[in-house]
Design a binder for this molecule. Structure first.
Ligand SMILES: *Cc1c(COP(=O)(O)O)cnc(C)c1O
Length: 412
């Protein structure tokens, strides 16, 4: 069957999977393209593997040798300095993971119990959970097809319908609750449309928070992500570009927010030689020194990892250029992405092929997966307020992530 027939048959609702288990031309072409790039693997190629080939072992060993393994130690301070310098940001506060960083960001954005927080439905669960930890309510917003981030224009129209600003406070007219903040997320490392999103936040009196967990090494108009909202969260989980085993960080250019972030993430303890005095309810969210040691070594190699990940993305783009029915997801214009996870998008009428394609790719040894189940489809978030989420639903139906480790580009 030709590609044109494939498309036509799919548009007619034909499943395309032949009884003998043969796959469609589309699936065969995509698998061949990935194989042409990555070869035929003996064991399955992971989606994103950490790379430890610098000073990791030396720095971690030093922590163990000196006994400085826990939350106080020179590597935590150094990691924060190195991170802030890399991101071109005044302050970085290291935390135990990205979720805890987000939790603190939302507290510092002024989110309180029963407030609503605008977040994309297309995100990792941490974004929604951090809202719930405050017993605030996620209010789900839709995404756009270019960056996969929050669609500023449609969010604006949604707010015009459901919200109004009273005495400088944004109120949801149907629930009566205050809408306190807007969290944007840079999906797979691709920066969201920040200029437009900052405008929406300004007009509607929302504090802008960046979930930059996936975008370390990504820039919007030459400026590192995480510098556009009041405060931002990063993650150093094992599958992120830089890993500390588990870890996260808060970025901000506001010295008072940075001081507060450090205070409440370290049990709100007042510094003293021997007294344990705490002046509010705090959190034990500090990153341990041994994790920061790993992070310092990783940051030294971040430019090399991003360079190779970008090279891999170019090669993927070339490999998919000739295949009808799929497009490789490119960084939006005016941005430089770390290409944390590479992704292809099936044409709308080919969405029914997604699972066949996922099956074939995984069977051929290339770990691939769909995007996260959308937040509003999860049982604990199904009743939350939301706008029309049709684009996110299309992205969910049509997107496939492909192996993206920096090591894959080393030989390209
Ligand atoms: C990874 C990630 C986080 C944080 O995850 P942790 O595992 O807690 O470090 C938050 N938001 C998004 C979008 C992520 O991808």
């Amino acid at each position: 069957m030709t590609m044109r027939e494939t498309v036509r048959a799919a548009a007619n609702g034909d499943k395309m999977q032949t009884p003998s288990g043969q796959v469609s031309d589309l699936t065969a072409s995509v698998v061949a393209a990935v194989r042409g790039l990555l070869g035929s693997p003996e064991k399955r190629i992971a989606l994103h593997e950490p790379e430890f080939c610098g000073q990791e072992w030396t720095y971690v060993k030093e922590c163990i040798d000196t006994g400085w393994v826990s939350s106080v130690g020179s590597y935590v301070d150094r990691f924060e300095r190195d991170l802030a310098a890399f991101a071109g940001c005044k302050h970085a506060v290291a935390t135990s993971n990205g979720t805890s960083a987000l939790h603190v960001c939302l507290i510092l954005a002024g989110v309180e119990i029963n407030d609503e927080v605008l977040i994309p439905t297309l995100t990792f669960i941490a974004t929604a959970n951090a809202v719930s930890y405050i017993r605030a309510v996620p209010h789900f917003v839709d995404s756009e097809m270019t960056s996969l981030g929050v669609d500023a224009e449609r969010l604006e129209r949604h707010l015009e319908l459901v919200a109004h600003v009273v005495d400088g406070v944004c109120i949801n007219r149907s629930t009566g609750r205050r809408i306190r903040a807007l969290v944007v997320m840079h999906v797979f490392g691709h920066p969201s449309d920040l200029d437009a999103l900052m405008d929406v936040a300004r007009r509607w009196k929302l504090t802008l928070v960046e979930d930059a967990a996936e975008s370390l090494g990504s820039y919007y108009h030459g400026r590192h992500t995480g510098n556009f909202g009041a405060i931002a969260a990063l993650s150093f989980n094992g599958n992120k570009v830089v890993t500390t085993g588990g870890g996260g960080a808060i970025l901000t250019n506001d010295s008072e927010l940075a001081r507060r972030a450090k205070h409440i993430s370290t049990t709100a303890r007042i510094a003293h030689e021997w007294n344990f005095l705490h002046d509010e309810v705090g959190y034990n969210y500090r990153m341990p020194n041994i994790n920061a040691a790993l992070g310092c070594a990783q940051l030294e190699r971040l430019p090399s990892m991003v360079e190779r990940k970008r090279r891999l993305a170019v090669r993927y783009e070339q490999a998919f250029a000739g295949i009808n029915g799929v497009r490789f997801l490119r960084e939006p214009r005016g941005t430089s992405s770390n290409y944390w996870l590479n992704a292809i998008m099936l044409d709308n009428e080919l969405a029914s092929h997604r699972d066949e394609l996922l099956g074939a790719l995984n069977q051929a040894g290339f770990m691939s997966r769909p995007v996260w189940t959308l937040m509003h489809k999860l049982p604990m978030y199904s009743e939350c307020p939301r706008m029309d989420l049709e684009v996110a639903e299309r992205i969910e139906a049509q997107l496939i992530n492909l192996p993206s480790s920096p090591g894959l580009a080393t030989s390209l």
